[in-house]
Design a protein around this ligand. Structure first.
Ligand SMILES: [Zn+2]
Length: 113
């Protein structure tokens, strides 16, 4: 389950900001997860709960925003919305697609005290 290592990196980002911005507790974490990032929001919640126990993010609420995926066809340059990581170009049927959006996860916002 790669969500566990992702949850750990989210926690690292939070701890790093805590050092820089000097806060002691996190109430809310807003995560942006691309539709094509192959991250299960429920698994992410579960893993974040587990790794944040005993840290400054313990009991923080995790809010997950799913962002849409988009891609471009390398054969005909058509751009379109993508629902899955792999697919065929809707215009020419080529499988040579490049994902241009929605394959990342990032910490969008933190509510701290
Ligand atoms: Zn195409």
């Amino acid at each position: 389950m790669h969500e566990m290592s992702l949850a750990e990196s989210v926690l690292q980002i939070i701890e790093e900001s805590a050092r820089v911005q000097n806060f002691k507790h996190v109430r809310l974490v807003v995560l942006e997860i691309g539709k094509l990032a192959a991250i299960e929001p429920d698994a992410m919640r579960f893993c974040f709960d587990a790794v944040s126990r005993g840290t400054l993010a313990e009991d923080a609420q995790l809010q997950i925003i799913e962002t849409p995926g988009a891609g471009i066809c390398l054969a005909c340059s058509a751009e379109f919305e993508m629902q899955e990581q792999y697919g065929l170009c809707a215009v020419c049927g080529s499988p040579r697609l490049k994902i241009t959006a929605g394959n990342h996860m990032r910490v969008k916002d933190l509510a701290v005290e």
